[in-house]
Design a protein around this ligand. Structure first.
Ligand SMILES: Nc1ncnc2c1ncn2[C@@H]1O[C@H](COP(=O)(O)OP(=O)(O)OP(=O)(O)O)[C@@H](O)[C@H]1O
Length: 776
């Protein structure tokens, strides 16, 4: 059986005295093949240099990769500063025949690259001879230009001080990485240091920089991926055991390939995809992107990776163009101009074939078009590696086919695409299929039509039945097949896994501005909701006027009734402002957070917009309230209306912040709203005006916003000075009045301070909850 015709080759790029001398292609095949390197003419690779021995080294192509052996040469072979006798080469390895401590003028550099038919990787070089400063960036004025949207205009620079070179990041949005670590300060460069900017790898070579220019997609290798999880059988009290949900999966996806991940429900497709894109790390195994350990270089590569989750990552009420423009501003480097953004937005609209619909509000689009809009959001950053979780779910057969054709087109243009799908009718548009059986067992990996032959069925749908019943059998059968031996030979192995760290480098202030503008727009668009929120306060004032007299502040009892209602209303209005504001955009949040969204700008953009809303609600309340009720006249700060306004605003703001914190914790919008009574009822019970608070109940009441609001209003209206009706008729002796209701400015300030404290505490809780969610 002829598995496939795709080829992978090893390429040696040889530099002599700093100049490109030759490139040698070495084919991978099942038979061993040797390439001798040396000065003598009987070598396959002849290098006429005094520092090369006549028979210097042997490169041997084996089924599992390329090995190099030193033939007892005088000057040896050095990799990463170490002299080696024999080693299996990894993509991007630099071999030197040279003096490690003091590079020789005749020094020889050999770069090993693993390429495939689709790859058009080229190596360029920049001599560092005369210049004192060399720049790297997107603009053409840079010494090394990298035309990719993840790269800033002036991204990084290399400076010279005598014979020493230093690397500096130029406040780029996506960061500069040196040997896998983010460059945060001016860092000295040493020979063979590897710099990553965007998707370009640059190697510092004392007198020059060599760098790869890769316009096509990325190759991805998954190596022995295993995922074990805790499995509690038999309910809460049963003992915990370990369950394997990914069972030693290795696959190799070449650049520009479209690969479908298929299998029954619960087979492990999402878990495997999350291992490939680094969202959830496996228990064992690793993933290589273009030969680099993806997990330890996660920060360097995450910006060239796109991910479209199953749920749409768009706001329904924005137009396609508005949604894409905000997303572009958030995701593209800070120095991207408005024109560049507008052009990029237009390009992706064209890519996903939504031309003519760009000014429609997203909720007016069909299911397929909505999905295209989600894909467009991810295409903005021009990802080379693209993951999609069931992009065809919910689409009719026609739309499903169009979606698969669109993905085919994108992969033809150089993106490596991996998608979870049940759209088996269009599987032949894919280059490969990964078929998973239960327990994350790899039952097949190879060309889709090969799968029909392998499972001996006529329809892809029949495969589900077979693997659902006998995953173990098909996993074993696959391991014995030609597909397994072919693809397994392509997978690069022997790389250690390290823990990843996340960083986001774009300006917090800029994010705050973009997020605030977007949130304001979303708030203003929903006019019905906005009107409802703004009219609540006057509505409550009108209702009050029905049950309470204009002169309610004459007596103690009636004053208390009004204060109780106002404090409770302010808390309620605040909670309604924000309870759903984070939960309702969970999907967009999660995706933006995975790319570069910062927590503080996110939460403060909400606080800013909701703060303005609260301010307007407070003004509306005071105006309406003073129409229906006579406010007392003896103010502590000069105006009773201002005192009431401040108290109402601070109370509503504290409740808004509390609502936001609860919104970060609730799983979805319905659950958040379900919590509203639980939050409000304690405010009614513990405000101190209805029930006497002592001991434990007093302790709990400290957590009720309404208690401090009630106190502040009571101080303003001088509650202690109001007689009860019986007192007026001199039927009872004067009461024992609580000091905290005294008409004193310091007490008023104290309560305002506590209300502000509630807001601050809730904001901190929101940030902590979102931070904790990152780890889930
Ligand atoms: N953290 C976890 N702890 C316990 N079990 C887990 C965990 N994550 C996943 N699983 C289980 O592993 C199996 C594979 O889950 P996964 O979501 O990857 O499957 P899937 O093939 O994507 O399913 P579907 O098509 O239904 O989305 C399921 O049985 C799931 O319940």
């Amino acid at each position: 059986m002829n598995a496939t015709h795709q080829r992978v080759k090893s390429v040696l790029t040889i530099y002599v005295q700093g100049k490109l001398a030759s490139t040698i292609d070495m084919e991978h095949s099942s038979e061993k093949k040797q390439y001798a390197l040396g000065r003598a003419s009987d070598n396959t690779i002849v290098i006429n240099s005094p520092i090369v021995s006549s028979h210097h080294a042997i490169f041997e192509m084996k089924e599992d990769g390329c090995y190099v052996y030193d033939s007892d040469s005088t000057n040896g072979i050095h990799i990463n500063g170490k002299r080696i006798k024999s080693v299996k080469l990894k993509n991007g390895d630099n071999l030197r025949i040279d003096d490690i401590n003091e590079p020789h003028k005749d020094g020889i550099l050999i770069v090993y690259s693993l390429l495939d038919d689709h790859s058009d990787e080229r190596w360029n070089e920049l001599q560092l001879e005369d210049q004192t400063t060399m720049t790297i960036g997107r603009e053409s004025s840079n010494d090394i230009q990298i035309s990719h949207s993840s790269v800033s205009r002036k991204h990084a620079r290399i400076t010279r001080d005598g014979n020493t070179f230093f690397l500096e990041d130029n406040q780029s949005t996506n960061g500069t990485f040196l040997n896998g670590k983010l460059v945060t300060s001016k860092t000295k460069l040493t020979h063979d240091d590897v710099i990553i900017v965007g998707h370009t790898k640059l190697i510092f070579q004392s007198t020059k920089i060599i760098y790869n220019v890769q316009s096509r997609g990325m190759r991805i290798d998954a190596i022995n991926i295993i995922k074990d999880v805790q499995d509690s059988k038999g309910g809460l009290f049963a003992h915990k055991s370990t369950k394997r949900i990914l069972d030693d999966i290795s696959i190799s996806v070449k650049s520009g390939e479209l690969v479908a991940l298929i299998g029954g429900s619960g087979a492990g497709k999402s878990t495997f995809m999350d291992s490939l894109n680094g969202f959830r790390l496996p228990t064992e195994g690793t993933v290589l992107v273009n030969g680099d350990d993806f997990y330890s270089n996660y920060n360097a590569y995450k910006n060239i990776m796109g991910y479209v989750p199953q749920q749409d990552i768009v706001y329904d009420t924005l137009t396609v163009r508005e949604m894409l423009t905000y997303a572009a501003k958030l995701r593209m480097p800070d120095d991207t101009t408005e024109d560049e953004i507008a052009n990029r937005v237009q390009e992706v609209i064209k890519d996903v074939e939504l031309e003519g619909r760009e000014d429609l509000v997203i909720k007016q689009l069909s299911g397929g078009q909505r999905k295209r809009a989600s894909i467009a959001v991810e295409l903005l950053a021009d990802p080379k590696l693209f993951f999609l979780d069931e992009p065809t779910s919910g689409l009719d057969p026609g739309m499903e086919r169009n979606m698969m054709k669109l993905l085919r087109k994108l992969s033809n243009n150089g993106k490596t695409i991996i998608l979870i799908t049940h759209a088996t009718a269009n599987l032949n548009l894919c280059d490969k299929a990964v078929i998973l059986g239960y327990g994350g067992k790899l039952c097949y990996f190879g060309p889709p039509n090969g799968a029909l032959e392998f499972f001996n069925v006529e329809d892809y749908a029949d495969i589900y039945d077979l693997i659902n019943k006998e995953s173990d059998k098909w996993q074993k059968k696959f391991k014995e097949s030609i597909y397994y031996s072919y693809h397994n030979s392509l997978v690069q192995k022997d790389v250690k896994m390290t823990e990843r760290k996340t960083v986001s480098q774009n300006s917090s202030f800029r994010q705050l501005m973009i997020l605030t503008k977007r949130y304001l727009k979303l708030t203003l668009i929903d006019k019905q909701r906005l009107a409802f929120l703004l009219l609540q306060a006057p509505f409550i004032a009108v209702l009050l006027s029905i049950v309470a007299e204009r002169d309610s502040f004459t007596f103690y009892e009636t004053s208390k009734e009004v204060i109780f209602t106002v404090a409770a209303s302010a808390v309620w209005i605040g909670l309604l402002n924000s309870l759903q504001e984070v939960t309702k955009e969970n999907d967009v949040y999660r995706r933006e957070r995975a790319v570069n969204l910062r927590l503080a700008p996110y939460i403060f953009s909400k606080i800013l917009v909701l703060g303005v809303l609260t301010l307007l609600q407070s003004v509306a309340f005071i105006i309406a309230f003073s129409f229906v009720m006579d406010l007392p006249t003896n103010s502590l700060i000069g105006s009773v209306k201002i005192e009431w306004f401040v108290t109402f605003f601070l109370t509503t703001m504290a409740a808004t912040s509390l609502g936001l914190a609860v919104s970060t914790m609730a799983g979805n919008s319905d659950r958040a709203m379900g919590l509203a009574p639980i939050l409000l009822i304690p405010q009614l019970i513990f405000n101190g005006l209805v029930f006497k608070l002592e001991g434990f109940s007093e302790l709990i009441s400290n957590f009720a916003i309404s208690k401090w609001a009630a106190r502040a209003i009571s101080i303003s209206v001088d509650l202690n000075d109001k007689p009860t009706e019986l007192e007026t008729r001199a039927l009872v002796p004067p009461r024992n009045l609580p000091h905290y209701y005294d008409h004193e400015l310091s007490l008023l300030y104290q309560n305002w301070g506590i209300l502000i404290g509630f807001s601050v505490l809730s904001i901190i809780i929101s940030l902590l909850v979102l931070k904790k969610k990152d780890k889930q």
